[in-house]
Design a binder for this molecule. Structure first.
Ligand code: HEM
Length: 438
């Protein structure tokens, strides 16, 4: 599609032209979306940016309608949610879309992040793009954490109490910080109010950071499964219609799976305890966060020993926040010049081990230390799974990544995307042609 021809068709005549000559939104869209030169070898892992954008819009949309019926007061919050479920027209649908939406948003974002780690999408010149990504992740976590408190069930209340209390581990000022966060001396009405307010605000902040994320993407151009730069127009395709079609297909598949949960297993990811109204005098048998926080929760708990003058609680808090902060530094910790793991035979293995490690941490985080199954495995392997999982996480990022950059012998890179796709570069052609596997 020539630029001239498509300009003519999209900016056309009449009203569109009139607006565009005063506010060039249409030409901007045409340039940044319609004609955006995307590498022609994207596989399906490149669908997740579009899927995430869809999820963000869905969360904001359903959230706005839920907030019209929700009451942010400790005496009414729980009942207002029940009312949404029973009496508000399609309230159940809004709520189930929103609650399961959070889960699917996190599944998509973790896939998106691991895609970036596999293909080295964080490397020069995409460092800032990556930093905005990690910032989005942090904001998503804060938003999800506060959102979970709003139904004012048992897990809402006790989760909020445990997590906010972590700040009391900070020496000298810790207790004052906790009082300040709560707006009182316990998780109470002022806490619920501010959590609601921030839970409403933060998604719009996320939206703003996503815009910056995509702007930085368009300045550097997209990475691709080979991790090499396009050599010219022969290596790229205009985003529309090629990737509009591919993204739509992936999105349709995604929405189908999502809808299956919303309609047939809406409480699959939920916590039964949260259908009991918050009771500050009754602690639940086990306080567990939502599944997407479990690996961090495992890291927090695995520091169960004092390190020099840092006591165990503070150590756990530092390790937990450290495990996220660390992600900001990945572009500088990985010193390899080669981006894609396809050409990094050793890194490729460690990538999969890291993925397994994160799943292991999730498993550990979801079990109380005294759990029978959990102890059984530990006894069998003679190790403490939480300690091993946490140690490996930090070892991967702080030691392995910098080390591999200097010792790993990488495979030769193809000379161009086109050559690799058409001529069958042994290490990449098969999967690039099928557009499928990593
Ligand atoms: C609301 C959450 C997010 C949205 C809506 C979003 C959106 C997008 C979109 C539309 C793209 C281009 C399409 C694609 O490559 O899939 C993209 C690329 C990218 N995103 Fe995100 N993103 C989000 C979160 C994140 C996070 C948490 C990270 C990392 C920590 C991240 C890192 C990246 C990177 C490195 C790329 C470049 C991909 C490449 O060219 O290889 N994103 N994102």
């Amino acid at each position: 599609m020539s630029a001239n021809k498509s300009n003519k068709s999209s900016t056309g005549r009449g009203l569109v032209n009139w607006i565009d000559s005063r506010l060039p939104v249409f030409s901007y869209m045409q340039k940044e979306y319609g004609e955006y030169p995307a590498p022609k070898n994207f596989n399906y892992w490149w669908n997740f940016g579009a899927i995430l954008t869809f999820m963000l819009v869905l969360m904001i949309f359903t959230g706005i309608f839920l907030s019209m019926q929700y009451t942010p007061h400790v005496d009414f919050a729980f009942d207002s949610v029940e009312r949404i479920m029973r009496d508000v027209n399609y309230g159940w649908l809004l709520r189930y879309l929103h609650a399961n939406g959070a889960t699917f948003f996190f599944i998509a974002v973790y896939i998106h992040i691991f895609r970036g780690l596999y293909y080295g999408s964080y490397k020069n010149p995409r460092e800032l793009l990556w930093i905005f990504g990690v910032l989005i992740l942090v904001l998503m976590m804060a938003t999800a954490f506060m959102g979970y408190v709003l139904p004012w069930g048992q897990m809402s209340f006790w989760g909020a109490t445990v997590i906010t209390n972590l700040f009391s581990a900070i020496p000298l000022v810790g207790d004052s910080i906790v009082t300040w966060l709560w707006g009182g001396f316990a998780v109470e009405n002022p806490t619920l109010n501010r959590f609601f307010s921030l839970h409403f605000l933060l998604p719009f902040v996320i939206l703003g950071v996503v815009v910056l994320h995509v702007i930085t993407l368009h300045v550097s151009g997209s990475n691709n499964p080979l991790g090499i730069d396009p050599k010219g127009p022969q290596d790229t395709l205009p985003f529309h219609p090629y990737y509009t079609a591919k993204d739509s297909f992936g999105l349709a598949l995604w929405v189908t799976i999502f809808a299956a949960f919303v309609f047939f297993a809406p409480n699959f990811f939920g916590e039964p305890e949260n259908y009991i109204k918050a009771d500050p005098l009754q602690t639940p048998a086990q306080i567990v966060p939502e599944w997407y926080f479990l690996p961090y929760f495992a890291i927090l708990r695995s520091i169960d020993f004092d390190i020099w003058f840092i006591d165990a609680k503070l150590g756990g808090v530092i390790a937990m926040f450290g495990s996220i902060i660390l992600l900001f530094l990945v572009p500088w910790l990985d010193r390899s010049k080669v981006r894609s793991a396809r050409f990094r035979p050793i890194y490729k293995w460690f990538f999969w081990i890291l993925l397994l490690d994160c799943l292991l941490l999730g498993f550990v985080g979801g079990h109380p230390p005294s759990d029978h199954v959990f102890k059984g495995i530990e006894w069998l392997l003679f190790i403490d799974l939480g300690h091993i999982g946490t140690a490996w996480y930090f070892f991967h990022f702080l030691i392995l990544l910098p080390l591999l950059g200097t010792v790993e012998k990488t495979k030769p890179l193809p000379t161009s995307i086109t050559e690799s796709v058409l001529n069958g570069d042994t290490s990449s052609s098969a999967s690039a042609k099928s557009g499928g596997s990593m």
